[in-house]
Design a binder for this molecule. Structure first.
Ligand code: SAM
Ligand code: SF4
Length: 341
């Protein structure tokens, strides 16, 4: 598909601007709440009640909503997530459809990488532009403790396969959890560098199903930087090229590392994201306690203008910030896997 330069210049008819003037250009779409592992910071220990298949938006429905948001509302970036997006059957077929939307600038995927070995090539062919892979540890024992499953080897093979398939700018995401990440940080940084990948550490957020999160479990950005400078020497912040990106980047000795201080230095003021859950609800924030269900409307024959109104309704109720550090903070009803990270 050839995208003409003028396409990118014409302003959207229905821009998604909230009460604080934030313009929404980035959309995260969850394609499933199911997953092949059970990370303690996300999934419950016991079997979760997943959405029945009939409750999931179909590829047609996802494509319709995405096209509408890109064509009319100025969404330029779409990230596919989950649950584990690669457990959704024929995901590359959805990627093909989305990659065909004129005016869409970026199409990316977040995955735990376990199934990537067999999918990377198809995803690349289907038009996926970028991949982020979650990797919290290089130790099979720690992986087992964190995910309640085995499979580190598969993730590492998945990463290798993404590289071999020609993906550029592959990013690794590592969660920063006290008592676990301290011993992993330096090895992960070295692993990323030696494979030419970018690694970002993300402060652990209160989105776990078991609701065990406590503030003291967050290994924060300053602590991460202290560990890195102790091991690698001088840490130097790299000025940000793109202010909408949540990561602060650093040169750490010979390496480059990103830190996302989602808890201690929230980037809410610059947030440009909107989310659609696997069961078809639109959310303006990970931590929102309100959401707008689109699925019923779509299945009852809503017109494009009616759907556009629902998106606007969602965007105007967006709060100024997630308020994790406020007294009144309450963890959202949906845990991470049911929202889409
Ligand atoms: N299953 C895929 C994966 O793990 O990459 C995609 C979905 S997962 C929910 C997306 C990202 O959310 C992962 O990088 C994961 O580490 C992160 N995540 C999950 N629970 C989190 C939490 N409580 N706080 C911060 N990040 C979290
Ligand atoms: Fe699955 Fe991703 Fe949640 Fe881990 S973080 S349980 S891989 S959805």
């Amino acid at each position: 598909m050839v995208h003409h330069e003028e396409d990118h210049l014409s302003p959207p008819s229905y821009p998604l601007i909230d009460r604080f003037g934030r313009i929404h250009t980035s959309l995260r779409i969850s394609v499933t709440d199911r997953c092949n592992i059970r990370c303690t910071y996300c999934m419950p220990e016991l079997e979760p009640a997943f959405f029945p298949k009939s409750e999931l938006l179909t590829f047609e429905e996802i494509t319709r909503l995405s096209s509408l948001l890109v064509d009319q509302c100025g969404i330029t970036d779409i990230r596919i997530t989950g649950g584990e997006p690669l457990v959704r059957k024929d995901l590359h077929r959805l990627i093909e459809r989305l990659a065909d939307i004129p005016k869409l600038k970026d199409l990316s995927l977040t995955t735990n990488g376990l199934l990537l070995k067999n999918h990377a090539h198809h995803l690349m062919k289907a038009g996926l532009k970028r991949i982020n892979i979650s990797l919290d540890t290089l130790s099979e024992d720690v992986f087992k403790n964190l995910t309640r499953r085995t499979g580190l080897k598969n993730t590492l093979e998945g990463i290798e396969s993404a590289i071999q398939s020609g993906f550029q700018n592959i990013k690794l995401n590592a969660l920063a959890i006290r008592g676990i990440t301290e011993d992993e940080v330096c090895r992960l940084v070295e692993y990323a560098s030696s494979n030419g990948l970018m690694i970002r550490f993300i402060e652990y957020m209160p989105l776990d199903s078991d609701r065990n999160w406590q503030r003291r479990d967050v290994l924060d950005g300053d602590e991460l930087l202290a560990i890195l400078s102790n091991h690698f020497g001088e840490v130097k912040e790299i000025p940000r090229a793109d202010l909408s990106q949540p990561a602060e980047d650093f040169h750490v000795g010979p390496h480059r590392v990103g830190i996302i201080r989602s808890v201690t230095k929230p980037f809410c003021g610059r947030c440009n994201r909107l989310r659609i859950t696997a069961d078809g609800a639109v959310r303006n924030c990970l931590f929102s306690d309100k959401e707008v269900s689109l699925k019923t409307h779509i299945r009852n024959g809503a017109t494009d203008s009616e759907l556009l109104e629902l998106f606007q309704e969602c965007v105007v109720t967006k709060e100024k910030s997630h308020g994790i550090s406020d007294e009144a903070f309450r963890q959202p009803e949906r845990p991470m896997y049911a929202i889409g990270g």
